[in-house]
Design a protein around this ligand. Structure first.
Ligand SMILES: NC(=O)c1ccc[n+]([C@@H]2O[C@H](COP(=O)([O-])OP(=O)(O)OC[C@H]3O[C@@H](n4cnc5c(N)ncnc54)[C@H](OP(=O)(O)O)[C@@H]3O)[C@@H](O)[C@H]2O)c1
Length: 251
């Protein structure tokens, strides 16, 4: 999902998994050279599936990330709000201690560390709650439901439009401000508030009711609060602007 928007924003060469498997070290070494700037969007992204398949997720999110970082001249690893435990009640900053509670979060943190260890010219860009035209996402899921839905109101984050994120990542990767960056939409909401806004802005008459996370047990724990703030002055448009932009480009 994000990779397609990054390729568009950078006007760059993109590799889908079928063309380049990041776990294949030799293939990565052939495809990527020391003059290349690489934005690594490849990942195991099945959050619940990672609980039972942490080793496989690690092979992609950590070992694959290391392969890419070793081969590239400069590398940007896309990471996640799930590296935090979700107990804070003000935006997580780059310097805040990490504490992933899910297998997925642990593998993304390992990927951050493997990237940093393999290449000093690295960026780690953490984002959250992505939606965009290139993949399955919460907005599409909601618009496919009705006439009434129940959505959790006790997880708060910043829904981020991949079109906005991709442009910011490309700009970041062109600079020299290496290290960790939090890059997510401005503002925050719960999934329930996000759903309500989706139906309102899409002109749908689906009714949405709030509910608690415990009513929808999932294999992987989600952070209750994972709003990302930045000490490095990143400001993406608000999540509402992202939603409008997405509703304007979706087919
Ligand atoms: N979605 C979110 O809410 C969110 C939030 C924060 C951070 N992120 C991060 O953002 C990045 C992009 O995620 P996304 O939402 O765009 O997810 P996505 O649509 O699932 O994209 C991940 C891509 O990685 C590919 N991939 C998986 N294993 C690979 C391998 N071994 N070699 C090469 N490619 C491989 C997948 O290919 P297949 O589809 O063929 O398997 C898929 O195209 C990831 O790093 C993710 O952790 C996502």
């Amino acid at each position: 999902m994000l990779g397609q928007d990054v390729v568009r924003a950078a006007n760059a060469v993109g590799y889908a998994r079928a063309q380049l498997d990041v776990t294949d070290r030799a293939a990565v070494g052939e495809a990527i050279g020391p003059d290349d700037v690489v934005i690594n969007c490849a990942a195991w992204t099945d959050v619940d599936g990672a609980e039972e398949h942490e080793d496989e997720a690690l092979r992609i999110n950590r070992d694959g990330a290391r392969n890419v970082a070793e081969a590239a001249g400069t590398v940007l690893y896309v990471s996640s709000d799930y590296v935090f435990d979700g107990t804070k009640r003000s935006p997580y900053l780059e310097s805040d201690p990490v504490g992933p509670r899910s297998a997925y979060g642990r593998t993304k943190l390992e990927g951050e560390r493997a990237t940093a260890a393999a290449n000093p010219r690295h960026f780690v860009a953490r984002s959250s709650w992505l939606f965009g035209p290139g993949g399955k996402n919460f907005v599409e899921t909601m618009l496919g439901l009705g006439p009434e839905v129940r959505v959790v109101d006790d997880q708060v984050g910043s829904p981020t439009f991949t079109g906005h994120l991709a442009e910011a990542l490309v700009e970041l990767a062109r600079g020299e401000q290496f290290g960790i960056h939090h890059v997510a939409a401005s503002g925050s909401c719960s999934w329930f508030e996000f759903a309500r806004e989706i139906f309102a802005r899409a002109g749908s008459d689906t009714r949405v009711e709030p509910c608690a996370t415990e009513e929808f047990p999932r294999p992987a724990p989600r952070p209750a609060y994972s709003v990302l703030g930045s000490e490095r002055a990143h400001r993406l448009p608000t999540w509402q602007e992202g939603l409008d932009a997405y509703l304007g480009v979706r087919v």
